[in-house]
Design a protein around this ligand. Structure first.
Ligand code: UFG
Length: 325
């Protein structure tokens, strides 16, 4: 299969590229390098510098002929999306419409979207399955839902096939150490813990210790980025062979609290990792845990590397390499 990854030089995209290449697929990476790293583009992948808002450039690259497109070129900071919605509507929604329409024009009819559990909003029940109502609590989550809705329309009207993969909390790095550069300006829990372990940051603030959870801190479902990557390969195969669309959760189905994550990181890194109790962060639900039964049923997918030790040790390995440079 010949697969074009939009946003393929980013943290998740480079892992997705490796997963396709490990299966012998031909990979092209289209990225504007605003947050992706040229040095993380795997050897053997074709690289096209370009922005998804540049319709002419998107068309030029698509005209080379591709079997599937994977779309990972989005802004993803939920907090920022509430302050700068125009940044998110322009890139995430307008940019996606350019990709969808150009893919259709160039007969690239299999489309895999990097979507998010942020489409669900505050959980009404747990674990969250795909029948859970969609009521995003931030604009970022809304942009993902809007793209999914457009894919449904383009499927009905033009016969495009799509898979929307709703990630829970992506974490970890390639366990074989093939990923050399770190994600730029990370805002998520595990990278922040790692920055403390390396001494880049003095301490981590634990956002809320009075939630209705066993240790009072928020519980999340962390899923290894290589497990996520594997699901893209399976989804591409599924939609092209079964000729059926797919919207699936990707999570480990296990909940880990913020304090548990910090304690496990202290154990694995042997570093102190100072943590201070801090106020709640607006918009954080107490618990988010996936049901991935549908991904298992349709794709035969399960999270195999998403245990806490692998998540932390694979991340620590890359941080140590980068900090000792
Ligand atoms: N947290 C802290 N301190 C920090 C950073 C995070 O206590 O310095 C806590 C948060 O409050 C939250 C947990 O760690 O309880 C995880 O926070 P992240 O920011 O790493 O991730 P989120 O759960 O907020 O969101 C992530 C992605 C979203 C995606 C969502 C889906 O960033 O894009 O998972 O579950 F939609």
């Amino acid at each position: 299969m010949k697969v074009l990854l939009f946003g393929g030089a980013g943290y998740i995209g480079t892992h997705v590229a490796l997963a396709f290449m490990d299966r012998g697929d031909e990979v092209g990476i289209y990225d504007n390098l605003s947050s992706g790293l040229r040095s993380n583009v795997p050897d053997g992948a074709a690289f096209y510098e370009g922005d998804i808002l540049d319709r002419a450039r998107v068309a030029e690259v698509l005209s080379e002929g591709w079997d599937a497109a994977v779309h990972l070129a989005a802004f993803k900071a939920a907090g920022e999306s509430m302050l700068k919605p125009e940044k998110y509507s322009e890139n995430n929604i307008t940019g996606s419409l350019i990709l969808i329409t150009e893919c259709e024009k160039h007969d690239c009819m299999n489309f895999i979207l990097s979507s998010s559990a942020a489409t669900y909003g505050e959980p009404q029940y747990l674990p969250i399955d795909e029948k859970h109502p969609n009521d995003p609590t931030n604009y970022y989550g809304y942009t993902k839902l809007a793209i999914e809705e457009n894919l449904k329309w383009y499927s009905k009207l033009r016969g495009m096939r799509f898979a929307a993969l709703r990630y829970f909390n992506a974490a970890g790095y390639d366990t074989e150490g093939r990923m050399l550069g770190l994600e730029r300006n990370p805002a998520n829990l595990l990278p922040i813990i790692m920055e403390c372990a390396c001494g880049i940051r003095k301490q981590i603030g634990i956002f809320g210790t009075d939630y209705d959870t066993p240790d009072g801190t928020c519980i999340r479902d962390y899923v290894h980025v290589s497990d996520l990557a594997e699901a893209h390969v399976l989804a591409a195969k599924y939609i092209s062979e079964e000729k059926e669309n797919l919207i699936v959760n990707l999570g480990s189905e296990k909940g880990i609290s913020v304090k548990e994550m910090v304690e496990a990181a202290r154990r694995i890194t042997g570093k102190e990792i100072p943590a201070v109790d801090s106020p709640r962060r607006a918009g954080d639900p107490a618990r988010l845990v996936a049901s991935s039964a549908l991904a298992h049923e349709k794709l035969g997918w399960t999270a195999r590397k998403s245990d806490v030790d692998t998540l932390i040790s694979s991340t620590w390995m890359v941080y140590q390499k980068n900090v000792s440079k």
